[in-house]
Design a protein around this ligand. Structure first.
Ligand code: SF4
Ligand code: SF4
Ligand code: FES
Length: 247
């Protein structure tokens, strides 16, 4: 994300920016939170900046590491017309950024019995008919902080291509930003969850590796390791977590 030079009242020259440091020597920049100017560390995330400014975040925060999707936020940069979107825990502040609280996105979740649905277009038609209102504007794709091809998975849903919806939406964190910006009021991530459930129930191939691992769990092969983990303190557990092998 790049900052746009402004020429507005909010803009500050480089020398002014360099002059502003806090007691710990951290460079400070000015951001606007609900219209009020605050000086915050230049390296802060939006979430960190809001807290540094003295606000307590009582909803819209969870993992703080870009996984849970709870912290969807919108902002503007000086001199830039666009309403930008991001995860507050992952997006760094920029000079003159304007931040505002957003109300929750009304997103009605369809209630269904997966056993009574088939993995085809009629399940989408029945449970998420709004998908067919898509005008292919691409706003959802541009809004997605995960960089997902949201419009493409919506199009796949319209064709009943459940496997492609599952594949393209796999890394969705259900932040809701695509829904927030969609002019057709489509609930993309909820529809994608339905597609993933349909895929899991009807289309996925059996995995011998998974079956083997489940059997090992059931036989108690990992009981000693679980006991070790349960006995660990928070810090040691956190260290162990980040040192793990991950794909
Ligand atoms: S697809 Fe939508 S809900 Fe999922 S991560 Fe992207 S913007 Fe968020
Ligand atoms: S924002 Fe809505 S209407 Fe536009 S492409 Fe995405 S799903 Fe379709
Ligand atoms: S707090 Fe979990 S993704 Fe930001």
């Amino acid at each position: 994300m790049t900052s746009v030079p402004t020429g507005t009242a909010n803009s500050l020259s480089n020398s002014q920016i360099d002059e502003k440091r806090d007691a710990a020597g951290e460079r400070l920049i000015t951001v606007y939170i609900m219209g009020k100017a605050y000086e915050v560390p230049a390296e802060a995330t939006i979430m960190g900046a809001i807290e540094y400014a003295g606000h307590q975040i009582i909803r819209g925060a969870g993992c703080r590491e870009g996984y849970c999707g709870a912290c969807a936020t919108i902002y503007r940069l000086p001199g830039d017309y666009k309403i930008r979107t991001g995860l507050a825990c992952m997006t760094l502040v920029e000079e003159g950024m304007t931040l505002a609280q957003i109300p929750s996105v009304p997103a009605e979740k369809a209630i269904y019995d997966i056993e009574k649905l088939k993995p085809n277009v009629s399940a989408i038609q029945q449970m998420y008919p709004t998908v067919f209102r898509c005008v292919a504007c691409g706003t959802c794709t541009k809004s997605c902080p995960q960089g997902l091809q949201v419009m493409d998975y919506v199009q796949a849903a319209k064709r009943g291509d459940i496997a492609t919806v599952m594949d393209l939406s796999f890394d969705c964190v259900v932040c809701g930003l695509c829904m927030l910006r969609c002019p057709a009021e489509i609930t993309q991530p909820l529809m994608a969850i339905l597609a993933k459930r349909l895929y899991g129930r009807y289309l996925r191939k059996d995995s011998p590796e998974l079956a083997e691992r489940v059997k090992a769990v059931e036989e108690g092969v990992f009981e000693a390791e679980y006991a070790d983990l349960m006995a660990m303190g928070r810090e040691a557990l956190s260290e162990r977590y980040y040192a793990r092998d991950s794909e």
